[in-house]
Write a protein that binds this ligand. Structure first.
Ligand SMILES: NC(=O)c1ccc[n+]([C@@H]2O[C@H](COP(=O)([O-])OP(=O)(O)OC[C@H]3O[C@@H](n4cnc5c(N)ncnc54)[C@H](OP(=O)(O)O)[C@@H]3O)[C@@H](O)[C@H]2O)c1
Length: 304
């Protein structure tokens, strides 16, 4: 059984004036199957959220589209009134349809409505960070974000949002957003095997902007790699621990929002992310991304 560290691995990061633990928690998979409807085990979902805060995690990632509304309502039920250090990052830019799809909702009216719904369901007067989610299930797509992002910047000026970010975005969209208003984070798909954003991560690190990988453990298809398993066996850790430890060491601006519906997995991930990896082990793990780059792009099964 792993021993929990006194402080969370990776220390803290500043999202603007908000300090968060680099080890955060992604709440998406607390909703029902397909991220639709309520969880089968509501008490279990509430317990995971309370465990996260109990472990000292001060960054929870969510979206009004999870459920829809379900995840935000679970967060509110489990944790409201929120402890002062806790910061909740949410997203706008997609709705849900009856088939469980994620149609875009980036017109100004939808963006405003979504911000207001997030406020209501989370029980907040001001949202800490709102990411504008772009692209689609295939990943980031080119195109201007000016209209929805200017709408969010307007809501920020009205005092409804502290900080802004973008998600599922191209490097060009990140630059376009920054020309409209400051951003504190970019949330894109990235993990040991899917490393399209390597250059972007380094650029954002120089600018003091957080990079928050979604699907850090592979999402709905957990990471599987012979190299990962070999390194994990050698250092006497689980492959998930090694994947998280690699991410924390990849760049200081990387924040973790690994998801789990299990308190045991959450504790295991906290304990494992602090694992020390030698330069040789990191070089070996880097090869997973090099190999994956020449293969087909992994399928993204949900798009928010
Ligand atoms: N911006 C976007 O478009 C976007 C898209 C997707 C996700 N997100 C965000 O990113 C967060 C993370 O994504 P994610 O949760 O889908 O994927 P993930 O963190 O890559 O993986 C979660 C999966 O890993 C499993 N897992 C976690 N710890 C484990 C452990 N120690 N051992 C074995 N299995 C383990 C979980 O299963 P168990 O429940 O059994 O532990 C779950 O199935 C989401 O919560 C969401 O906030 C954003």
């Amino acid at each position: 059984m792993s021993t929990l560290p006194a402080t969370l691995p990776g220390g803290t990061w500043s999202l603007g004036d908000l300090t968060v633990t680099r080890f955060g928690y992604g709440a998406m998979q607390l909703a029902g199957p397909g991220v639709m409807g309520p969880p089968a085990d509501r008490d279990g979902a509430l317990a995971v959220l309370r465990e996260a805060v109990g472990l000292g995690i001060t960054h929870i990632d969510t979206s009004g589209a999870y459920g829809p509304r379900v995840t935000n309502q679970l967060i509110r039920q489990a944790l409201h009134p929120y402890p002062e250090p806790l910061h909740i990052v949410t997203k706008v830019g997609a709705n849900r349809d009856e088939q469980g799809g994620w149609p875009p909702a980036r017109d100004p009216e939808s963006v405003r409505r979504s911000v207001n719904e997030n406020l209501k369901n989370l029980g907040l007067d001001v949202l800490d960070v709102v990411n504008l989610r772009l692209g689609n299930a295939q990943g980031p797509q080119p195109g201007s974000l000016a209209e929805p992002f200017e709408t969010l910047a307007g809501l920020q000026q009205q005092g409804l949002i502290r900080h802004l970010g973008v998600s599922n975005a191209t490097a060009e969209q990140v630059a376009e957003a920054r020309a409209i208003a400051p951003i504190v984070c970019v949330q894109n798909m990235y993990n040991l095997a899917y490393r399209q954003d390597d250059k972007l991560i380094d650029l954002l690190a120089e600018e003091g902007i957080a990079y928050v990988p979604f699907f850090p453990l592979g999402g709905f298809s957990p990471l599987q790699s012979a190299t990962l398993s070999t390194v994990a066996a050698r250092v006497d850790a689980t492959p998930m621990s090694v994947a998280l430890a690699w991410l924390l060491r990849r760049s200081p601006n990387i924040l973790l929002i690994a998801g789990t519906s299990s308190p045991a997995h959450l504790r295991e991930n906290v304990a494992g992310a602090g694992l020390a990896l030698s330069d040789e082990e990191r070089a070996e793990l880097d090869k997973i991304g090099d190999l994956a780059r020449v293969r087909v792009k992994p399928r993204v099964e949900v798009d928010l």
